[in-house]
Design a protein around this ligand. Structure first.
Ligand code: NAD
Length: 289
C-alpha cells in the first residue's frame, strides 16, 4: 500500500520504519533533514514536501507535535492533495476540539479519517507494540485498522471522531493522579517510620494497590524494574505528561467537567516541570513530595 507518513520524530521515525518493514511503500516527509535521512535508511522513500508525499497515496499517517501543526498540515497539504480515496490517520496527541474540526473538514472533502493517538513511548514505537485509541466512523476505523496493526499490538475503537484523543487524555489524567497519590503515600509511610518495601508488600495486596505502585513504582529498588531504578531516566517524560494534562484541562473546561484532582495534578506537574525536571520520568515527582 502507498502510505504517506508525515512527522518522523522520536515516535514517527520508528512507526514509519515498521510500516516499511511490513512491506508498505512508505512516502515520508519531515521538516528535519536528519529525520528524513533516518527514514530513508529504514526503507522509506523521502519527499521534499508533504504535498508531494501525499500525491497518489492510498493512506496518510501523521505523527506531529500539536494541534495547530496538525490542522495546518491537513488544511494546506493533505486535503485536496491526497486522492479522496485515501484514508487519513492522525496519530499525534492533540486537543479533542481540533481533532474533531480536522476530521470534519476531511469528511466534508470526501475522505475517511480517524484520530488514533497512542499509548506507549519511543521503545514501543520502535518495537511496533503501541496501543492505538481510535476515533471515527466504523468505515474509517475498519480501513485504518490494518495500517495501525503494523505499528502496534492493540487497536481499539473508542467511538466517534475525537474519542481517541478523549480516551488518551482521560487515561493520562488518571495516571497522573494515581502516580501522585502513590508518591504521597510512600513519602508519608517513610516519615511515619515504615520501610518502603514493607509498605509495598502490604499496600500492593491491599486496597491501595494500583498500576503506578505495582508496575511503575516511583521508589527505587521496590517493585519491578522501572525508571526510578535508573535515576528517573527514560520512561515517560514529565514534559509529555504535562502536555497531556494541559490538553485534559482544556477538554474538561470545554465539556464543563469537574476535575478537581486532575487540576491539582496538572498544577503539581507544572511546578515540577517548571523547576527544570521536564526531562525526568514523571514518577520523579516523588522527589518534590
Ligand atoms: P518529536 O518532536 O520527536 O517529532 C515530531 C516531528 O514532527 C519532528 O521530527 C518535526 O520535525 C516534525 N514536524 C513538525 N512540524 C512538521 C510539519 N509541518 N511537517 C512535517 N514534519 C513536521 O515528537 P514525538 O516524541 O515523536 O511525538 C509526536 C507525537 O506523539 C506528539 O503529539 C506526542 O505528544 C505524541 N506522543 C509522544 C510520546 C513519546 O514518548 N515521545 C508518547 C506518546 C505520544
Amino acid at each position: 500500500m502507498k502510505i504517506a507518513f508525515i512527522g518522523l520524530g522520536n515516535m514517527g521515525g520508528g512507526m514509519a520504519a515498521n510500516l516499511a518493514k511490513a512491506g508498505h511503500d512508505v512516502r515520508a516527509f519531515d521538516l528535519s533533514r536528519p529525520a528524513l535521512d533516518a527514514a530513508q535508511d529504514a526503507g522509506c522513500t523521502t519527499f521534499g514536501s508533504a504535498k508531494e508525499a501525499c500525491a497518489g497515496a492510498e493512506a496518510v499517517v501523521s505523527m506531529l507535535p500539536n494541534g495547530a501543526i496538525v490542522k495546518g498540515l491537513y488544511e494546506n497539504e493533505v486535503i485536496g492533495h491526497a486522492p479522496t480515496g485515501a484514508v487519513l490517520l492522525d496519530c499525534s496527541t492533540i486537543d479533542v476540539a481540533t481533532a474533531r474540526e480536522v476530521i470534519g473538514a476531511a469528511e466534508a472533502a470526501g475522505y475517511d479519517m480517524v484520530d488514533a493517538p497512542v499509548s506507549g513511548g519511543i521503545a514501543a514505537a520502535n518495537a511496533g507494540t503501541l496501543t492505538f485509541m481510535v476515533g471515527g466512523t466504523e468505515t474509517a476505523f475498519n480501513r485504518a485498522k490494518p495500517i495501525l496493526e503494523a505499528m502496534g499490538k492493540a487497536v481499539i475503537h473508542a467511538g466517534d471522531a475525537g474519542n481517541g484523543q478523549a480516551a488518551k487524555i482521560c487515561n493520562n489524567m488518571l495516571l497522573a493522579i494515581h502516580m501522585i497519590g502513590t508518591c504521597e503515600a510512600f513519602a508519608m509511610a517513610q516519615k511515619l517510620g515504615l520501610d518502603p518495601q514493607t509498605f509495598y508488600d502490604i499496600s500492593s495486596v491491599s486496597s491501595g494497590q494500583n498500576w503506578s505502585m505495582t508496575s511503575y513504582c516511583p521508589v527505587p529498588g521496590v517493585g519491578p524494574q522501572s525508571p526510578s531504578d535508573n535515576d528517573y531516566q527514560g520512561g515517560f517524560a514529565t514534559a509529555l505528561m504535562l502536555k497531556d494534562l494541559r490538553l485534559a484541562m482544556e477538554a474538561a473546561d470545554n465539556a464543563d467537567a469537574a476535575v478537581p484532582m486532575g487540576a491539582r495534578a496538572a498544577s503539581l506537574y507544572e511546578d515540577f516541570a517548571g523547576a527544570g525536571n521536564g526531562g525526568l520520568d514523571f514518577s520523579a515527582i516523588i522527589k518534590m513530595l
